[in-house]
Each structure stands twice: as structure tokens, then as C-alpha cells.
Design a binder for this molecule. Sequence first.
Ligand code: GDP
Length: 423
Amino acid sequence: MITAIVGINWGDEGKGRMVDLLSSDYDIICRYQGGNNAGHTVINDKGKFILNLLPSGILRDNTVNVMGGGMVIDLEHLCGEISALRSKGVKITPETLKISDKAFVCMPYHKQQDILEEDRLAEKKYGSTRRGIAPAYGDKYLKKGIRMGDLLSPDKLAEKLADIVEWKNITLGGYGEERVKLESMMEWISEFSEPLLPFITDTTIYLTKAVENGKNILLEAQLGALRDIDYGIYPYTTSSHTLAAYGPAGAGIPGAKVDCVIGIMKAYSTCVGEGPFTAELFGEEASALREAGAEYGAATGRPRRVGGFDVVASRYGVKMQGADFLALTKLDVLSYLDRIPVCLAYEIDGERCESFPTGERLVKAKPVYEYMDGFKTDISGCRKPEDLPEKAMEYIRYIEGAVGCPIRYVSVGPGREDYIEVK
Ligand code: GDP
């Protein structure tokens, strides 16, 4: 059985905590795309963890975690993440963590290039996390880079890197920047690859066998549908495929079919970085929601832009992900509101629009807001549907109908057990 847990919105929906909750039913948890540009926050009996690269299953005993070939990996960051987890008592061994030999290495010069380009763009910037992810994916498709498997052959690696550094200096030259030094890149690689070597393997062989043996595999996405490089709000997207359809390919089993897609959708909207965000609220209404939901980026600490639940974007996200059912997260955050704002439709050039637009039409879209009755009760202690106030249940049922997909879980707090199964 292969299940994908994916984001319906712009990311930060609370995927990490849902993977942490649901991973107990799975033997193997795979990350299939992205790098350390986003973070999952997981709070459980072992403490609070922020995971940027490692699959969330790493916090469970008896699960194998795979970092798939669709990922880009900053070696230094991964070493730091592994050490931080080990210092909190999490066991990480080559039996519990397998890194694909096809994953692409995010080098210090990718980070440098990301920063230089965002600074050059100034007011027109994309809102990158400046962690080198877009330049790394760019180089991957230009076929100018190092894959994790290359780290296992240091002699050949030096030769490859020399050529890449020469080319990189030609491209970075336009910024008037100091040249990338081959020697310091080699030093960086040898320092931070050494602890990772035991984990590097052909994850396709491993996962293919696992599928044949009927193992339960969970594919864990980073970010959400609206950040997909092709189907999201391009160019304010990430540089990889966040959709469930890419999950098996990015993990290492391109021929396998996903049996079940679980979409994680937030009870309101948030967006980090630049780009069109139609449902955005401003002023006091926005600050109150941001504070109530503690909406600051896990990877960067940046305040997130916030808005009411966006029916148009979420319905599109549900469709693009092919979600079988949904988990609605952070419903407890809305309990302070007398009236809950819901963005029902967009208005573009004076016309009402209910399907998610692209390009300039999306940029021009204005939100059509309506308000639903608030439930005005602390619901963080609720564990059964009948514990929920009627107005909260009405909100859940309304959203379910509006996006056209059943909601199975509702989360009411950040802890592992703070959720309700509603179906
Ligand atoms: P992810 O990248 O999709 O995993 O999302 P993040 O981890 O960036 O954001 C989710 C944040 O919301 C984390 O700080 C979680 O601890 C917190 N969180 C998750 N579910 C809930 C919930 O139901 N209620 C509240 N109040 N916080 C939650």
C-alpha cells in the first residue's frame, strides 16, 4: 500500500504533524522532493522537532526513512539536523535512514547564487528562502552537478567538481562576485559528506523490494499544491513537484501507483514569500490571525501572510493532488473569532470567478469574502465529533462541500493526540 500525504495549499498546512500521527501504520516514510527550504514542526512525547530535510518518520522507532532522488540535499544542513536529533535521543542509523544516490547536492555556491539573485531582483524578488534550492534544481536540469552517489567515489568527484566550479565561475562572474574556490568546495564536501556516506544507497532497489514484499510506504511531501513548479503560482513556486503524482518518481519507484492520497488543508490560509495571494487579509484582522496561529516560518522565522479559508484555491489544490480525503488542520486557531472569514470566489475584471485562474488573471483577482458564525469556544480539548460546538461542525461540513472532498481528520492543537476523527 502506497499513500501520499500532501499539502493542498501554499505549504505549512501541518503536514509534519499528520505524518507523525499517521506514520505508525507505515513501514517506510519517504521524502520525495525539495530541500531544506521548508520545515515541518513535530511535537510529540520526545519533544519539539523542526525537520527540514529528514522525513518525519525519523521520530518513530521501527520505521525506515528514505530521502528520495527527487530531493536536493545541503550536506552541511543535513549533518546539523542529524546531530541535533541525535542529541535529543533520536536513533539514526543506516538501517533507519537511506539516502538516494540520485539525490542532488545543494552546494554552498547555490546558496550564494540564490542570495545574489534575490538581492539583484530587490523589489521584484520571489521571496526565496535563500537556501540555494532554485539554483540547485536549475543546475540539476542543466546536468551540472554532484549527486549523492558521486560522494562515494572521491577520485572521480574531484575531477567532476573541478569542471563544474570552472563553469560556475563563468556564470557567477556576471554578479562581480569573488570566484568559487575549488579547494574550499572540496574541503566542504569532504567534511560534510563523511558522516553521510553510510546512509547513501540505491533506494530504488530498496523500495522496489519493499513494494514486492507488500510493505506500507508513506510518501511525504514538502510545501503544497500551489507551490508546484508546473501547476502552482509560477514563478512564486518552489522548484520541484509538490504533487502526489510525482511522489513515486521522486521517491525512487516511478512505476508504482499511489493507492491513497491524503490532503492536508488548513482551516484558514497562509503564504510565505511573494506572489499572488488573493485571500490575503491586512491590518488588525491579519495580525490577530497571525498571532492566534503563531504563523511564522519554521525554516526562516518570517511572518507569514494570512487570510481566510480560500475555497477557490483549495478546491484547485484538492483536484491537483487527487486527494481521496482530507485532514483539516488548526481549526482551534479560529476559536477567537466572532465571524469566520471565508473567501468564496474571486472577482476578476468585475466578473465572479470560481475556478482557479493562472497568470495575469490570478494577479488581478480580488477576494469575494463572506463570513460564517464563529464557534467562540476553546476546542483544543475536543477529541470526538460530538465534543465540537455545532458552529465548528457547520464550518467543517461547509468547507468539505465547497472543496468536494471528505474531511476525515480535524486537528485542534499541535500535539500528536490533538485531533478528532470526524468520519
Ligand atoms: P508543515 O510544513 O506542513 O508540516 O507545517 P508547519 O510545521 O510549518 O506548520 C504547522 C505549525 O502548526 C507547526 O508549528 C505545528 O506545531 C502547528 N500545528 C499543527 N497542527 C496544529 C493544530 O491543529 N493547532 C495548532 N494550534 N497548531 C498546529
